[in-house]
Design a protein around this ligand. Sequence first.
Ligand code: HEM
Length: 271
Amino acid sequence: MTDVVALRPLSPNRPAANAPRPDTRPPGAAALWFVRTLACAPFLCMLPELLAAATGRPDAAAALSVSTADVLGSASLLCFMLMLAVTPVHTVTGWTWHLPLRRDLGLAMFATAMLDLVIAAATTGDTFDGGVPGRIAGRSFLLVGTLATVLLIPLALTANRRSMRRLGSHWRRLHRLVYVVWGLVLVHLLLLFDLGGPFRNALLMSVPLALLRVPAVDRWFRTTRTAGRARALRAVVVVLLVATFAAGFVPAVQSFVTAGRGALALQPEGN
Ligand code: HEM
């Protein structure tokens, strides 16, 4: 095949071959890779326990059954909330460099939730009766968690440009399932923890993200930002929204770090 680019004559404006190349990396590329690397942390944390189980260590299944919900459940929630934050951040700031994170964090959430489900199905027999069905759906909070995870399958499978082209307008409708998953995750945590702890954290993170999706709020932010109006009011609203999100996000990260450390040291919290 002819290399068209190679045959093109050198234009007078073209830099010499040995000239330093301009930096073509998009702004925020380092931040994107930082977040993508962080999204691998839950798998890294689970690795020692998975290896211990693979090598037949006697207490490995018990350790896995404790860590899976604590490490993978909290990681899954964090990935989900950060994924849901991508569009509101665009609405408020107008940034676009971070938009690829919507797909990346969605896939990370899918992977952590699926691994959570598989490990729960294999190892939580000591806690839940009824074999595999009992371990993944024997209680209402398990059933809701499993349903949320299963609903992620079509979303993950179609999180690519080819599916977007093929499904056309159905793609958007299908991806509205994200809102069903959001509701199910909140119900999963409400059933498990009542109004406290992880449920409260998830709710605090959800409120600003949901508010910024209200069409009137979304429109107000976009129009005032592009027209450069109501700067002080926008700043106050953003500070309040970020503070509410952080009030849930910080303890959720702390709980992930504590559980992750325990799993890495093969000493899960509950053991
Ligand atoms: C979309 C998927 C899911 C999300 C976002 C999620 C999220 C969470 C979170 C944040 C916690 C609290 C962890 C902590 O103690 O800090 C949790 C706990 C728990 N999850 Fe899930 N979960 C999901 C799916 C599942 C599935 C599929 C199962 C099992 C079939 C499951 C079983 C549990 C159990 C048993 C706990 C309680 C752990 C304890 O006693 O502290 N979850 N989940």
